[in-house]
Design a protein around this ligand. Structure first.
Ligand SMILES: [Zn+2]
Length: 410
């Protein structure tokens, strides 16, 4: 039995500089921003980007555009913990960023400093961009089998995600506020989060590397003929995740708050099927059961973290095609005229849906049409049409704006 938790820090990956590396081709082109280790106990991504940067360097002459890799939470990576004072991937909201900018950093928490520095580096990347910007945010999970992607469901984002042959999780943004992924997505960056397995398994590095090679090709940095790693990358991910459903929607999140005594029962895997009534955890009030059938995602097997587990449910990949067509022909406009739907005054994208009138179609239909849920107030839903549902903006860089005041905010 070892004592000192730091000795067990698994793959470990302290970084000296926030900019892990950058490889830029001779001419302009798209930018792929890769963020690794925004959670400090998830170092697999850092190792993966180092491997890819070294290998890509030798192909610099053929590269169109650039790959920029940033370390997320440097202090937490150093100590091998998810975070020091607070989760760095939960406060990327406009209000919080404005506050951080305004307050100065005297007396700030470790993550306040990390966030301001990371934000500056990201804004540098956006400012330097001369073409579209893509982002890949690399993570791992505390429980085994966590291999999937998550994204905001605009069509270009979905297309980027679809290139990586692992389960695609829809709707995470409705249950988890303030992620970096969300902020980037709302600012015209085609962003994708990829989870590549358990924190400390070496295979998590291989899968992160595979995802990164695929992202490099999908973003248009290199044609496939110059990426001999391509076939193996897809093969690797299919071998490890091909038995899992391709498309799943988020259904539920169990929040964990300090002192509620939440503890996952041992042995649950990512994507494990559960039925209503199954006891999956315990807390101070007793047994914790799941309320509907589905699959578990990200069961919490580490001390730090605000999410006990998620419940997801697969849906036929067929519906992805349906929703693609609905949006391409502009059906989202029709949504505003449906019974029980009221447009929010002063907004072109927000609606309130009366669930009693529209209960048969409300949430699912609006999802298909490209809306996200902002709030479920019991008898009504507040939904907002996602920005950037068209590929048009992919021909240009995001406006060089401060991320604290997102482009197109209204
Ligand atoms: Zn993470």
């Amino acid at each position: 039995m070892t004592t000192g938790a730091v000795m067990d820090a698994g793959l470990g990956a302290a970084v000296e500089e926030r900019l892990i590396g950058k490889v830029a081709g001779p001419a302009g082109g798209p930018t792929l921003l890769c963020v690794a280790g925004i959670h400090g106990n998830e170092p697999a991504g850092v190792h993966a980007v180092r491997r890819v940067l070294a290998s890509l360097e030798r192909r610099r002459g053929a590269l169109e555009g650039s790959l920029v890799a940033l370390a997320g939470n440097m202090t937490a990576l150093e100590v091998g913990q998810r975070f020091v004072d607070r989760d760095l991937n939960r406060a990327w909201t406009r209000d919080r960023l404005e506050q951080l900018r305004g307050d100065g950093l005297a007396g700030a928490s470790v993550e306040d400093v990390e966030q301001v520095e990371l934000l500056e580096e990201i804004e540098n990347v956006l400012r330097d961009a001369r073409g579209p910007v893509y982002a890949l945010d690399l993570h791992t999970t505390s429980g085994p089998g966590g291999i999937f992607s998550a994204f905001t469901d605009s069509l270009p984002h979905r297309a980027f995600a679809a290139k990586v042959p692992i389960p695609m999780i829809f709707g995470l943004e409705e249950l988890v506020d303030g992620t970096l992924l969300n902020l980037l997505s709302e600012n015209g960056v085609v962003a994708l989060t990829v989870e590549t397995g358990q924190h400390d398994e070496p295979e998590a590095i291989d899968r992160a590397e595979a995802a990164l090679w695929i992202a490099i090709m999908s973003a248009g940095l290199l044609p496939e003929r110059l990426v001999p790693e391509a076939a193996e990358a897809r093969e690797r991910l299919r071998r490890d995740a091909g038995h899992l459903p391709r498309a799943l929607e988020m259904r539920y999140k169990r929040d964990v708050v300090d002192g509620d005594g939440f503890e996952m029962r041992p042995g649950y895997l990512n994507f494990q099927s559960v039925r209503a009534g199954d006891i999956v955890a315990d807390d101070n009030r007793g047994e914790v059961t799941v309320s509907e059938h589905g699959r578990l995602l990200m069961p919490l097997y580490q001390e730090q973290g605000e999410d006990g587990f998620f419940l997801v449910r697969e849906f036929p990949a067929f519906w992805m095609g349906v929703s693609h067509v609905m949006r391409r022909v502009g059906l989202s406009r029709v949504a505003f005229w449906l019974p029980g739907v009221v447009r929010v005054a002063g907004s072109k994208d927000e609606v309130v849906v009366n669930k009693r009138v529209a209960r048969f179609f409300a949430r699912q239909l609006f999802h298909l049409l490209g809306f996200r849920q902002l709030e479920d107030a019991g008898s009504s839903l507040r939904m907002r049409r996602r920005r950037f549902d068209e590929s048009r903006y992919l021909s240009e860089p995001p406006a060089p704006t401060s991320l604290g005041t997102p482009l197109g905010s209204d």
